[in-house]
Each structure stands twice: as C-alpha cells, then as structure tokens.
Design a protein around this ligand. Structure first.
Ligand SMILES: [Zn+2]
Length: 220
C-alpha cells in the first residue's frame, strides 16, 4: 500500500500520470509496503499469464529483492522513475522517503534499484542533473551503494516521524525500528461500501517503451 497522502496526477502528455504528495511527507516515512491486496507472483506464474496481459505486465509489474513479481493494487504502480529519486527500497521490504517531500511534489523511485527484468533497457530523460540517460538492471548494485547512506539515514529517522502504514508491518519490525503510527492512521474512519469508479489506466512507466536501439546493454 502506498502512503495515503498521495494522489494520481497527469504529469504531461509524454510521461503520462505520476503519484504526487497531497501533504508534507518527511524523510524517513515509509512510502510503500506490501499489503494483502497486492498480488505476488513467481516467475513461473508470470510466464503462464495470457499474452493479452503482456502490456500491463510490462507496465506495472516489478521484481522485489527476492525475485518475486509484484503487482500493486493501488497507486504504487504509477510511481515514475527518476535518477534522483526521493523514495528508495530498503532491506526491510518497505520503500522509504529519502528526502522531505513537499505537497505537490512527485514521488519517484529508481527502477534499476527497484527491480527490472534482465533484458530491460529504458531510455531516461527524467531531467535530474544526475540523469544516467538509460536504466538497466545492472545499475542496481551501483545505485544501492550510492544511496546506502541516505537509506540508512532515512531508516534511522523512521522512528521520529509518523508512519501511517505501520499496521501493515510485522510487529517485530515495528518494535525493532521503534516505529509509531501516524495521527491520520489513528483517526481515519473505516470506509465502508464499494467504489465502482475505475481509474483510467495509463502507462506508469512512460520511459519504458522508449527503447534505445543503440542503448548500452551492459552495466555502465
Ligand atoms: Zn534519468
């Protein structure tokens, strides 16, 4: 589940939609963690999916550190890539804000670090000063090393900020990191009823289809 203070917005015609903060989200806040509504699949299960789902699989699935394919049921699958991301995954299974995120700011992560299939090559024009120009899974080790101190600092700060997603974490992890719930999580009324409106699905990974025929195929 993605942090509740987020919403889907159109970035532009090229990028499509992205996920934006609707309230300040301080560094150290857990942005996403697996919840029971998310779909977790093995590579064999993904390979057995009908070919008609290929487009959505390519757009919305990602691979976690355990090699499992994840399909998020909520806005998490619309988070865009940036070579200077404000959210990154942690060894604890959740994704965390590695920078203070202001209302109206887009949440981003690094697809190379998050999990890509071995053959994927994405061109990138994210606009970051540190834009790598392309994203391949072989960059994951470099990215994790580069961001290790920021991730560690963000996790260390997790105990001092509100964590609206705390109820989705294992009790042992909550205790180990001394996390505390967010006020919104404590006060939010339980919603009843079923919403019938559907989000119009748009490509989450705008950069993904823009494959460079001449892009490097090995780690930079
Ligand atoms: Zn970039």
């Amino acid at each position: 589940m993605i942090h509740p203070a987020t919403e889907l917005r159109l970035v532009d015609a090229v990028v499509g939609h992205g996920v934006f903060a609707t309230a300040p989200i301080p560094r150290g806040t857990i942005i996403w963690t697996l919840d029971p509504l998310d779909r977790v699949m093995t590579p064999l299960e993904v390979a057995a999916l009908p070919a008609t789902l290929a487009f959505d699989m390519e757009r919305y699935l990602w691979i976690d550190r355990h090699g499992r394919y994840i399909l998020a049921w909520d806005l998490a699958r619309f988070v865009n890539h940036s070579c200077a991301p404000n959210c990154l995954s942690t060894p604890y299974g959740f994704e965390i804000a590695v920078a203070d995120i202001a209302p109206g700011e887009q949440l981003t992560n690094d697809y190379a670090e998050l999990g890509m299939t071995p053959s994927e090559i994405l061109s990138c024009s994210c606009g970051a000063l540190t834009c790598r120009g392309y994203v391949v899974p072989g960059q994951a080790g470099m990215i994790r090393s580069q961001w290790a101190s920021e991730i560690e600092a963000a996790v260390a700060r997790a105990a001092s900020v509100e964590q609206p997603l705390i109820s989705l974490l294992a009790a042992e992890l909550v205790e180990r990191l001394a996390l505390r719930p967010g006020i919104a999580a404590l006060a939010a009324p339980r919603r009843r009823g079923v919403r019938t409106g559907r989000l119009r699905r748009r490509p989450r990974r705008s950069a993904r289809p823009q494959l460079h025929a001449d892009a490097p195929t090995a780690e930079a």
